[in-house]
Design a protein around this ligand. Structure first.
Ligand SMILES: Cc1cc2nc3c(=O)[nH]c(=O)nc-3n(C[C@H](O)[C@H](O)[C@H](O)COP(=O)(O)OP(=O)(O)OC[C@H]3O[C@@H](n4cnc5c(N)ncnc54)[C@H](O)[C@@H]3O)c2cc1C
Length: 493
């Protein structure tokens, strides 16, 4: 796979616009380029049935804004003092105002979220009243919005090559124009000419531990709830030809979840949901055997207010959820019927109703006494006993004066006792090659790399704080901009 010549003697395939990655951004870009008259070829790394990326397994909300001016204010406030260039903020805001019309134009049914348990994030920021969360169809979740995007692609003559990851961008060495891509198909290189342009829509680096280690703050490692196929390929390919990067340290996380070697993505656990009461005692301890936070706290996509500033939720790895038999007996620890997430919707692991199969697998550790459990979680018995005793005292008085937890204030009393190792988990990464208001990928000096575009979470506009549904909103906004502009390029050579 390595050491292939980057410029082929002959091209294996060609199209006007080559779109790399069939998620939400890839769908919006390819439909738009196609409708503008371009011949579009899409490359997808995953096998058929596992395409769709994070978009497929997302909560399915997309952002719609009803005032561009207010949306700009809101985005600027979320960025803090270091705003993105205002021409970017403006096109983002103006395009987000068109998301509902666009969905309707491809046959979708825009519906505003009702009974949304979590409202607009950062409602205190100026312009937040312009922000609305929408989805396609009458049911929220279960890949429904994704299905509308995918249908729009399938209804058009857009060719999709599955199990064909793009590996390298092919560039004219003199003009620096991007001429096409080298992909990999059936173990062989496949050179695809893009007569007008290439659009990278291949997502972030959620499943690339080296990039996570290099770029994400506050976590030594982190695992994804979404697609395992987003491995930072777009970041690498763009860097190789001189792209600038931005927002690499921003991500929708961390939360805490179970990660086991048998599966590439995480299992969110029911007792850790920010809402809801499950009978039984539960705490989370860090590497020192002590609690470190309100375990049931609602975060803003992983950020919590700390000393008056928004900062990533702490994750002193390795972390263990310690709980008692009352909680263990209260039903499956994992909600396999969840409306989002790669595991419930694609891998579909059948978690046992009584959790016993997962004890047998060693995913849940069990011991008759706390001191025996302490050995399992790598703590002196006295430390774990003290931590649990402190928690039980707080439950007795009905007030968590240590971390302010208000939910599930139940003591850990009923033996046997259990522990699950938790890992930092995330929905997505936001960083990637920097793009401009035309969705062109740019160099550090701001000059566009000719004929190279991007959209979606690969180089997202969100620099720090993030508004839920903003990613899919942005996929549609910049997917359309990239599709339009790539299709409008004059054919090369
Ligand atoms: C559980 C969960 C819930 C979420 N809920 C929401 C929500 O409700 N609203 C919201 O706005 N955001 C949500 N997000 C975030 C959002 O889903 C993503 O940021 C967004 O969908 C990204 O879209 P995309 O098109 O940029 O990338 P993706 O949808 O991830 O698509 C990228 C595609 O590129 C493919 N690919 C990767 N590498 C290559 C390569 N080298 N060559 C070819 N193809 C490649 C992948 O297989 C994938 O199909 C959620 C995320 C998760 C995991």
């Amino acid at each position: 796979m390595q050491n292939q010549p980057s410029r082929p003697a002959t091209w294996d395939r060609q199209a006007d616009v080559v779109v790399v990655g069939f998620g939400g951004a890839g769908a919006a870009a390819s439909v738009t380029a196609h409708d503008a008259g371009a011949r579009v070829l899409m490359l997808e790394k995953a096998p058929k049935g596992q395409e769709g990326g994070n978009t497929r397994v997302a909560g399915q909300g997309y952002l719609f804004t009803d005032s561009a001016e207010k949306a700009i204010q809101y985005l600027n406030a979320m960025c803090g003092p270091f705003t993105v260039p205002q021409e970017m903020a403006r096109v983002w805001a103006e395009e987000n105002c068109k998301n509902n019309d666009w969905l309707a134009s491809i046959g979708g049914d825009p519906q505003e979220h009702q009974h949304q348990p979590e409202g607009i994030e950062y409602p205190e920021l100026p312009g937040s009243d312009s922000v609305h969360k929408f989805h396609h169809g009458s049911i929220l979740g279960f890949s429904n919005t994704w299905k509308a995007f995918a249908n729009a692609v399938h209804q058009r003559s857009i060719e999709i090559l599955y199990e064909t990851p793009a590996v390298e961008l092919v560039q004219n060495p003199v003009t620096k124009e991007v001429l096409g891509v080298r992909a990999q198909h059936g173990g062989k290189p496949l050179y695809i000419k893009a007569n007008r342009g290439v659009i990278l829509t291949c997502g972030g680096f959620e499943n690339n531990q080296e990039m996570i280690r290099n770029y994400l703050p506050g976590v030594p490692y982190c695992y994804t709830t979404g697609t395992p196929y987003n491995e930072g390929d777009g970041v690498r390919m763009a860097m190789e030809i001189g792209a600038d990067l931005w927002h690499m340290n921003n991500y929708a996380g961390p939360s805490m979840a179970l990660k086991v070697p048998e599966y590439k993505t995480t299992f969110p656990l029911r007792p850790l949901g920010p809402t809801g009461e499950i009978p039984g005692g539960m705490i989370i301890i860090g590497v020192d055997g002590k609690r470190f936070a309100d375990e049931k706290r609602r975060t803003m996509h992983g950020k919590v207010k700390t000393n008056g500033r928004w900062a990533p939720y702490p994750t002193p790895c390795p972390m263990f959820m310690v709980f008692d038999h009352t909680l263990f007996s209260a039903g499956s620890l994992y909600n396999k019927a969840a409306a989002s997430g790669w595991n419930p919707l694609v891998d579909r692991y059948e978690w046992s109703a009584d959790n016993r199969a997962e004890v047998a697998k060693g995913w849940i550790k069990k011991a008759d006494t706390l001191s025996a459990l302490a050995g399992i979680v790598g703590q002196p018995a006295v430390t774990l006993e003290e931590t649990v005793s402190r928690w039980n005292q707080l439950c007795d008085v009905g007030k968590d004066t240590d971390f302010g937890r208000t939910k599930m204030l139940s003591p850990i009393k009923a033996a046997p006792f259990y522990a699950v190792e938790l890992s930092p988990s995330m929905l997505n990464t936001q960083g990637g090659p920097r793009r401009n208001e035309k969705a062109q990928i740019v160099r550090p000096n701001g000059a566009p790399i000719p004929r190279l575009y991007s959209a979606g979470e690969l180089g997202s506009i969100f620099s720090y704080l993030y508004q839920g549904t903003g990613n899919i909103g942005e996929c549609l906004a910049f997917g359309r901009i990239a599709g339009r502009n790539a299709a409008a390029e004059t054919p090369s050579e």
